[in-house]
Design a protein around this ligand. Structure first.
Ligand code: SF4
Ligand code: SF4
Length: 230
């Protein structure tokens, strides 16, 4: 049984195609045989914004992004085709080609260049300069008349406001004077009967024992205060 199986395998190997090829002299159609294979890294530099996310994601440091110079560089012989950078790219401009990197005797770096857009501040300045250089718009006589009328109305409004303010300032001292005189008039004049009563009380207190007089005086003052509060 064993001999029969071995003979069958030998005969099949003799008459079938070899399983391997003499790489790199012969190459197999990998793109069709293994379409899901991760080969070399490709970058669409037109879409790239040189953000550097791929550089940070690469575990072996195969990518270098120089935003100032506008360069995206890849060392293809350092790349291990892990595809981490393709997942991190915010613009989806990285992809894994099916074919592996070509063998070489001298190591080379792939450099892709793109012009970096001008800084927004510089752009804003340029915009301001452009708008300053714009010729002034010519107004029609009708528009000119409307503008003049609006200017005059604004000036009249301003003058009226200023006059109103001056009148108010002048009226202030007079009002203050009137209030002061009113206040003086309103001060209550002392009743003569009350004054007499107070004088009598003072005489009585003077005749009293000083300690008792102090107590009476305090009680009187408290009563006065209560009256005033009511
Ligand atoms: S992550 Fe993408 S967009 Fe950012 S530098 Fe790399 S390739 Fe360019
Ligand atoms: S595929 Fe992996 S190793 Fe190659 S450049 Fe991207 S992150 Fe680096």
């Amino acid at each position: 049984m064993g001999t029969f199986k071995l003979a069958k395998m030998t005969l099949r190997s003799l008459f079938s195609k070899p399983a391997t090829v003499r790489y790199p002299y012969e190459k197999r159609d990998i793109e069709h045989l293994f379409p899901q294979m991760r080969g070399h890294l490709e970058c669409d530099i037109d879409t790239c914004i040189l953000c550097g996310m791929c550089q940070r994601a690469c575990p072996v440091g195969a990518i270098t992004v120089d935003r100032k110079a506008g360069d995206w560089k890849l060392d293809p012989y350092m790349c291990i085709s892990c595809a981490s950078c393709t997942h991190e790219c915010p613009k989806n401009c990285l992809s894994m080609g099916v074919l592996p990197t070509e063998p070489t005797e001298t190591l080379t770096t792939i450099t892709l260049h793109k012009d970096v857009p001008a800084k927004p501040a510089a752009g804003a300045k340029a915009g301001a300069a452009a708008s300053a250089a714009k010729p002034k718009r010519e107004l029609t006589p009708e528009q000119q008349a409307r503008v003049e009328a609006a200017k005059k109305a604004a000036a009249a409004k301003k003058a009226a406001k200023a006059a109103e303010g001056a009148e108010g300032e002048a009226a202030k001292p007079a009002a203050a004077e009137a209030t002061a005189s009113k206040g003086a008039d309103a001060a209550p004049a002392e009743d003569p009967a009350e004054a007499e009563r107070k004088a009598k009380m003072e005489a009585k207190l003077a005749a009293m024992d000083p300690e008792k007089a102090a107590k009476v005086r305090a009680a009187l003052e408290a009563r006065e205060a209560k009256k005033a509060a009511e």
